[in-house]
Design a protein around this ligand. Structure first.
Ligand SMILES: [Zn+2]
Length: 229
C-alpha cells in the first residue's frame, strides 16, 4: 500500500537532475536548488517513516484504513521528526555563538530546566528537570544557551546517563571553565506505563567536572542550591 505522502512523483529524473546542465538550464539559483533538494529529501523521509507506522498499526491488530487512523502515520512521522530534531543541531556551535569574556568567577546555575526526551530502548518519553552549573574561568556564555543545549541533546534518542554527560562535556569543551555540574531528575514512561512497580519513581543522574569533583564545598553549595536532592 502506498500512502498519500509517497504519491508525489518527481518531475525530473535523477539523471537529468544531477547533471551540470540541470543547474545551468534551470531558472533557480544554487541556493534555491539546494532548498528544493532538501525539501524533496524530507518528503521522502516522512513518506518512508509513515509507511513504517502503517505497518506498526497493522502489527498491533489495528485497521489503518479506519477513519480515525487515516492520517495517523503521517502525523506520527512528523511528530517523530520534531521530537528528534536535535540530530540536526550542533550544540557546541550553538554555545560558541554567545561566548563572552568576563572576569566573574562564581558559580553560575540554571536550575529547573524543563526536559523532554525519549529513551532509546523503548522509544518512549522520559521527562523532568535539568540543573546545570559552571564556574567560569574568563569566559561566560549567554544564559539562554544553556537550556538550548539541554534541548538539542534531549531531542535525540537517549539514555539519561549519556544525556547528562553530553551536556557537561559540551559546556566543558566550549567554555573550558573551572568546573561543570549537571543533575537530571526524570520520570521514564517505559518504567511507569509498563508498571515496573515503582509508578512514581524519579531517576537522578549527575555528571561533574573540575572544581565540582575536587572541592567538597563547591559540590555541597551546588547541591544545596538545587534543593539538596
Ligand atoms: Zn526505556
Amino acid at each position: 500500500m502506498k500512502l498519500k505522502y509517497m504519491k508525489q512523483e518527481k518531475t525530473v529524473s535523477p539523471i537529468v537532475e544531477n547533471s551540470p546542465a540541470h543547474h545551468a538550464l534551470s531558472t533557480c539559483d544554487l541556493d534555491e536548488c539546494f532548498e528544493e533538494d532538501r525539501e524533496r529529501q524530507e518528503e521522502e523521509r516522512l513518506g518512508s517513516m509513515a509507511d513504517a507506522v502503517h505497518t506498526l498499526l497493522k502489527g498491533i491488530g489495528e485497521d489503518p484504513e479506519r477513519e480515525g487512523l487515516l492520517l495517523t502515520p503521517e502525523r506520527v512521522a512528523k511528530s517523530l521528526r520534531f521530537l528528534t530534531k536535535g540530530y540536526e543541531q550542533d550544540p557546541e556551535a550553538l554555545l560558541m555563538k554567545a561566548v563572552f569574556t568576563e572576569s566573574y568567577d562564581e558559580m553560575v546555575l540554571v536550575k529547573d530546566i524543563d526536559l523532554y526526551s525519549m529513551c532509546e530502548h523503548h522509544m518512549l518519553p522520559f521527562f523532568g528537570k535539568a540543573h546545570v552549573a559552571y564556574i567560569p574561568d574568563g569566559k561566560i556564555v549567554g544564559l539562554s544557551k544553556i537550556p538550548r543545549v539541554v534541548e538539542v541533546f534531549a531531542r535525540r534518542l537517549q539514555v539519561q546517563e549519556r544525556l547528562t554527560q553530553q551536556i557537561r562535556d559540551a559546556i566543558q569543551h566550549v567554555l573550558n571553565p573551572r568546573g561543570v555540574a549537571v543533575v537530571i531528575e526524570a520520570t521514564h514512561m517505559c518504567m511507569v506505563m509498563r508498571g515496573v512497580e515503582k509508578q512514581n519513581s524519579v531517576t537522578t543522574t549527575s555528571a561533574m567536572s573540575g572544581d565540582f569533583l575536587t572541592s567538597q564545598s563547591t559540590r555541597s553549595e551546588f547541591l544545596r542550591l538545587i534543593g539538596n536532592r
